[in-house]
Ligand binder design. Sequence first.
Ligand SMILES: C[S@@+](CC[C@H](N)C(=O)[O-])C[C@H]1O[C@@H](n2cnc3c(N)ncnc32)[C@H](O)[C@@H]1O
Length: 494
Amino acid sequence: MTQTTESHPQGVRLPRAKATALVTPEQVAASPLARYRTLVDDWDAFAAAIGRPLAPCIWANPTRISVAELAELLAEQGLDAQPVPGLPAALRLPEETKAGRNWWYCAGLAHAQEEVSQLPAMLMDLAPGQRVLDLCAAPGGKTAQIAFALGNRGTLVANDIAHARIKALQGNLDRLGVVNVTTTCCDGANWPSASGQFDRILVDAPCSSEGTLRRTPSLLPRLDPDSALRLGPRQRALLRKAVQRCRPGGRILYSTCTFAPEENELVVADILAEHPGLLRLVPASIPGFIAMPGVTRWNGRELPSELAHCLRIWPHHRDTGGFFMAILEKDPGCADEPTPEPAGLDDTDAAEWLAGLDDKYGLGGDYWTRYRANRQTRRGLHLMAVDHAPPAVPVAESSGLFFHRTNVRPPKPSTGGALLFGRDVTRFGVSLDAEQRDRYLRREIFDPTPEQRAATPTGQIIVDYRGHVLGVGVLHRSGVIESLFPSRWSGCAA
Ligand SMILES: C[S@@+](CC[C@H](N)C(=O)[O-])C[C@H]1O[C@@H](n2cnc3c(N)ncnc32)[C@H](O)[C@@H]1O
């Protein structure tokens, strides 16, 4: 019988994805997913859901816009964005929407992330002041959520084994204006003890990804029933390391986007058994979200009843992807470790550059006091929350946001930097109309209006659309505006 941690929300109409079957129920029944027949409460509904495309979902960047204001912007554009019960910052978009191609996405007002992927950060019981580790972080949707739940202050370390994926993560953090994250690139299973302990650790483990089939139907013929067994050792090693690096009384959230019990409850059960008395499985529930308890019996193996405290999200219950989560709490009475000295972030010439920016853009004398800046590359300066204190090991890929290029003439704020401080400039700011906005995002040269030209001295400018900063441009003496919007972000062009 179906058990839910929360009853169906009444009176909320969710837009349903179009009924075009990308994968037929017969194909689902003939695939390795058939082994979950005994776990799923309504097999036909499950198989039908797997065949439907997934509507995209975004969340509003709390440092830039409220979800109500974002919904209004989308409505003006003719996009019917629906609230998502249980996810107060989220909006579900019509199925065909390409969120990343919109100006509001380029301006970092929102981030696209599957609904179920937004749940772990909500279950981590996050609060400003906590020291947090995201062990498998790229491409960083959850990292950004955690960063904002910490108030964009303090210390969050985001690690991934894949260097190219860390680049993508950094791009997302820059666009959203995250200043409290240090990124590292190492095997999470060998995460160094010298980094100290963390109040919260997210292990969003690499998995067989069965729960993403609605987004990537081409995965179905490639599903391999043995992959769950192959991934298990790595998942256990990552979770074991998280147990070691978690503070007494701290919490670990283990999650996957797969249905396989071998990658979910069996991993959690083994780690609990390896640490008798050290860990407690915290009952998890998400108000407004239908979830099933973890399984306690699989393939003839009986698991301790507390495994029911895990959460399973099946696609047919809320028209979502599939997901699994477990919250582990470490015994508050176990031995504590002192927090090691943080990395030395050499701030040599930063103050001079900050004063220069202050001077040019009229930001106000104490503008930069909430930040610290330093030089991590020859290209220029990074900006971090003033209390950001990453560990000295492992060596960081980068800390904070690359915000000012100083190795070019004239020096120029990066687009991420402009998005961060641009709305506070009192000089050299130009507000564009909708046509100019689109030309700016397409990296074109365009004419300012006579009023824009008269109001702004020539030189580097920060451009915005309706108060939302888009990036940096140059108002040339010849009277045209040149877009300096980065080519690698130009997928955003309207
Ligand atoms: C499910 S994805 C993480 C998604 C991410 N948390 C997010 O919300 O965007 C799993 C990630 O684990 C990384 N990974 C795989 N093995 C790893 C390991 N041994 N240590 C650290 N990261 C690993 C992969 O490169 C991949 O980016």
